[in-house]
Design a protein around this ligand. Structure first.
Ligand SMILES: NC(=O)c1ccc[n+]([C@@H]2O[C@H](COP(=O)([O-])OP(=O)(O)OC[C@H]3O[C@@H](n4cnc5c(N)ncnc54)[C@H](O)[C@@H]3O)[C@@H](O)[C@H]2O)c1
Length: 246
């Protein structure tokens, strides 16, 4: 029985990890602890799981008491490295949501911790498992499209999906590294995976011209924004967000 603990009771982790572990894979795995600075979120998880999983406001206490085999990291991106490094140092495998981390310094710190640890870090790039992505990989891998000389990859975010990235913590670069890290990490991964190669040089240009402070008709929060009646991006968190009260 593999013992998992979770850092970050996020919207993403309940359906991706906590429920599948407890409901689908319960013969082989158990969620033995959850850590989040927000106790309300952990209470919500326990209500959803219909089980009293031990909850912790201290990450180190959770590792010490639960002695897990594997840590799942699903917090805000800027904090991933802290938990990944602490787990590697404690001799625990890690599964982390993408992006592994948000900048060069934090990435190097993780790689450094990896050198002196015998444990492994797995970054979950779930887009690889979208059927059309898996099919492209299969066609390339089996040589059905001939020898790959270059890949031109474009990804358009419509304003429905795109606006999602400018409402919550990931709208701030210090939390997410910006869209080129937070979102495009999937796309860079897909190209690397299709080609089975790693880039030697990377560069990017970008600017924000549409969302956030670049929009004239904006308020600090949707709920009390004076433009909310006419705004196509108005979002009522009280009605539409799972974690509204916490
Ligand atoms: N693979 C995908 O397609 C995909 C999709 C969505 C999100 N994600 C990733 O999943 C992760 C969670 O995203 P989300 O939008 O579901 O998050 P969320 O906003 O729902 O939850 C973030 C959680 O982190 C907690 N938190 C805040 N500060 C913390 C700290 N210092 N230490 C530990 N926890 C802290 C919050 O209390 C909250 O429970 C992110 O890394 C995100 O990039 C991946």
């Amino acid at each position: 029985m593999k013992r998992y603990v979770l850092a970050g009771c996020s919207g993403r982790a309940i359906g991706m990890f906590a429920k599948p572990i407890e409901e689908k894979f319960s013969k082989h795995a158990r969620l033995v602890g959850m850590f989040d600075p927000n106790y309300k979120r952990m209470e919500f998880y326990n209500r959803q799981l219909k089980k009293p999983i031990p909850v912790y406001g201290s990450f180190s206490k959770m590792l010490k008491e639960q002695k897990p085999n594997c840590l799942i990291v699903a917090t805000i991106d800027r904090y991933h490295h802290q938990y990944i490094i602490a787990a590697l140092n404690a001799g625990i495998d890690v599964i982390t949501k993408k992006p592994m981390t948000i900048d060069d310094k934090k990435c190097r710190a993780i790689l450094e911790a990896g050198k002196s640890s015998r444990r492994k870090v797995t970054v979950t790039f779930n887009y690889r498992h979208a059927p059309y992505c898996s099919k492209i990989k299969e066609l390339i891998h089996e040589g059905k499209v001939g020898k790959m000389l270059s890949i031109h990859f474009e990804w358009f975010l419509d304003t429905k999906h795109g606006a999602d990235y400018f409402r919550r913590w990931h709208r701030q670069k210090e939390n997410s590294g910006g869209l080129l890290v937070h979102k495009a990490t999937h796309h860079f991964d897909l190209v690397n995976w299709f080609l089975e190669e790693e880039p030697e040089t990377v560069f990017a240009f970008g600017s924000r011209r549409f969302y956030g402070p670049t929009r004239k008709q904006r308020g600090r929060r949707c709920l009390n924004c004076k433009h909310k009646r006419r705004c196509e991006f108005y979002w009522d968190h009280e009605l539409r967000t799972l974690f509204v009260t916490i």
